[in-house]
Design a protein around this ligand. Structure first.
Ligand code: ARG
Length: 294
C-alpha cells in the first residue's frame, strides 16, 4: 500500500483570465499586463507543485488546451474516490469545452492504472467535480455544494456511484460559488468554513455533523484571500498567502501552513485546492458483519 498522496494538476501554459463567470474574475486586470501575469502564473503553479511534493505528494501534470484557461482547476474535472472518477458536467458554456480533454486525461490515467473506472453523470445533471464534493476522510463522507454551479440532483448520483453518505449544502452567494471556496474538512476532524456562504439550513447541517470544537470559522478576510481553498496533506495545509490570525488558529490546532503566492489564480476565483485533484482517496473498508455460527 503506497502512502504517497497522488495529485493531478494542469500545465498552466494556456492559462489566462479572458471571461467572467464568477465575481472574482478580472479579465480587464489580466489584460493590462497579460505577459507578466502569464509568467507569474507559471511560477505560482510550479511553486504549488513543489510545495505539494515537499509535503510528500506525487503530482501528475495533464496538458491544458488553448481557449480553455480554467483547465488549470482540475478539482472541477471529476470526483475521484476508490479509483472511480465521476466526470464533471459544467454549468457555463465557457467551461463545457473542458469535458472532452479531461475525459481524455482520465482515460490516459486509466490506461496507466492510476484509476479503474470512469463514470458519466446522467444527462442534464450539472456537477463541477471535487470543487463541489469535498471528501472528508475523518467522517468518511462527502460534503457537497449545490446552487451556483452544481445541481441539487447531483447529490443522489454521488451517493449512488460511491456508496458513501453526503451532506448537501446550498451555497447562498455568488462569491462562494464552489464549496471548496468556503469549506475545507481537515484530516483531524475539524471543518474550516465561512458561515455567511451558507444558508441557515446549511449551517445547521454543518453544526449537526461537527462538535463545537471541531468548527473553525473563517473570517471574511480568510475567505477573500482564498485560504479556505486549501490542500490538506496530513498536518500540512498548503494555501494562498494567509492572514496572520488564521495561521495562528491553525497552528494552535497542530497544523503547519505552507503559503504560496497564488494571486494570478485568485484573479480567476481559484487557489490551491481547486488547482489540484486528489486521485488516491479511498474510503475505509466497512467491517464485515459478524456472522453467528450455525
Ligand atoms: N474561473 C473558474 C470558474 O469560475 C475558477 C474555478 C475555481 N474552482 C474551484 N473549485 N473553486 O469556474
Amino acid at each position: 500500500m503506497t502512502s504517497h498522496p497522488l495529485i493531478l494538476m494542469t500545465d498552466p501554459g494556456h492559462y489566462e483570465v479572458s471571461y467572467q463567470i464568477n465575481p472574482w474574475m478580472r479579465p480587464d486586470a489580466w489584460a493590462e499586463c497579460a505577459k507578466a501575469r502569464t509568467e507569474a502564473a507559471r511560477g505560482a503553479s510550479a511553486a504549488l507543485c513543489a510545495a505539494l511534493q515537499a509535503a510528500g505528494a506525487r503530482v501528475e501534470i495533464t496538458p491544458g488546451r488553448p481557449g480553455l484557461p480554467d483547465m488549470v482547476f482540475p478539482a472541477n474535472a471529476a470526483i475521484v474516490l476508490d479509483r472511480t472518477a465521476l466526470m464533471a458536467r459544467f454549468r457555463h458554456p465557457e467551461r463545457q469545452g473542458e469535458e472532452g480533454p479531461f475525459r481524455e486525461a482520465f482515460e490516459a490515467l486509466r490506461a496507466r492504472r492510476l484509476i479503474d473506472e470512469i463514470v458519466t453523470l446522467p444527462d442534464g445533471v450539472v456537477q463541477e467535480g471535487a470543487g463541489d464534493a469535498h471528501w472528508d476522510s475523518h467522517r468518511q463522507m462527502f460534503w457537497t455544494g449545490f446552487g451556483p454551479r452544481s445541481a441539487k440532483e447531483a447529490d443522489a448520483v454521488i451517493r449512488d456511484v460511491f456508496g458513501r453518505p453526503t451532506a448537501p449544502l446550498e451555497l447562498a452567494t455568488q462569491q462562494f460559488y464552489h464549496l471548496d471556496t468556503c469549506l475545507c474538512p481537515l484530516p483531524g476532524g475539524e471543518v474550516l468554513y465561512f458561515p455567511p456562504a451558507f444558508t441557515e439550513e446549511g449551517r445547521r447541517t454543518i453544526a449537526g455533523l461537527t462538535d463545537t470544537d471541531q468548527r473553525i470559522e473563517a473570517s471574511p478576510e480568510d475567505a477573500a484571500t482564498f485560504c479556505v481553498n486549501a490542500v490538506a496533506l496530513g498536518r500540512t495545509l498548503v494555501m494562498a498567502r494567509a492572514p496572520q490570525r488564521l495561521k495562528a488558529v491553525l497552528a494552535e490546532r497542530g497544523y503547519r501552513v505552507v503559503e504560496i503566492d497564488l494571486s494570478p489564480f485568485i484573479l480567476s476565483g481559484g487557489a490551491a485546492f481547486c488547482m489540484t485533484l486528489r486521485l488516491d482517496h479511498v474510503a475505509a473498508r466497512t467491517r464485515l458483519p459478524l456472522v453467528a455460527n450455525a
